[in-house]
Design a protein. Structure first.
Length: 192
């Protein structure tokens, strides 16, 4: 359990198999806002998620990458999940990573129980962003987490991110910052 003298850990989960994807960069903008609000963060982006094997329930011998991810989520005070909208829903890569949280089913804090969870959906066009956020909300509810009131949707056809954390659309940058702040502020309240 975190004490009020430790900053909360916010874990970011998201990205694609493409390095520097707009999804991962959008997530990084939200995590930077969480840091400015007083949290520490850890990003599990596309590269980290690609190291996770396809989730198979009941496997006794998990990889080091799987153990690291689960241990980090166990220590988290908040989560931000960012998924591209692939064919109208969450990508397989992000879903596989989330499925690994089944390893926490017998913990004292099951899955994402009582954690604030921010949501981000990106797509090349608007159609898939809404359905992807809705799918993420359903997943978070199933995992007993608390989706934050605001979720960010990003049309990557109109918005560009750079490697330095810049976003070409100030309104999108602010939406992503709201997600990061809401998760950090909820985690800080819980720590007090």
């Amino acid at each position: 359990m975190m004490t009020s003298t430790e900053p909360p850990l916010i874990v970011g989960i998201g990205g694609t198999s493409m390095p520097g994807s707009s999804t991962e960069r959008a997530l990084a903008v939200a995590l930077a806002a969480a840091e400015r609000a007083g949290a520490v963060t850890r990003l599990f982006g596309g590269e980290a998620m690609m190291r996770l094997p396809l989730y198979v329930p009941g496997v006794a011998d998990r990889s080091a990458a799987e153990h690291d991810f689960v241990a980090t989520v166990r220590a988290a005070s908040g989560i931000i999940i960012a998924s591209p909208g692939y064919h109208g829903s969450v990508s397989g890569l992000v879903k596989n990573t989330i499925d690994l949280l089944e390893e926490t089913a017998k913990d004292s804090r099951v899955y994402l129980a009582d954690l604030p969870v921010g949501l981000i959906a990106t797509a090349y066009g608007w159609q898939a962003t809404g359905s992807t956020v809705a799918a993420l909300r359903s997943i978070v509810h199933a995992l007993r987490g608390w989706p934050t009131p605001f979720a960010a949707t990003v049309n990557s056809q109109n918005c560009r991110f750079d490697a330095a954390g810049g976003c070409s659309d100030p309104a999108v940058a602010e939406q992503l910052a709201v997600v990061g702040r809401q998760v950090a502020q909820a985690a800080l309240r819980d720590a007090a």
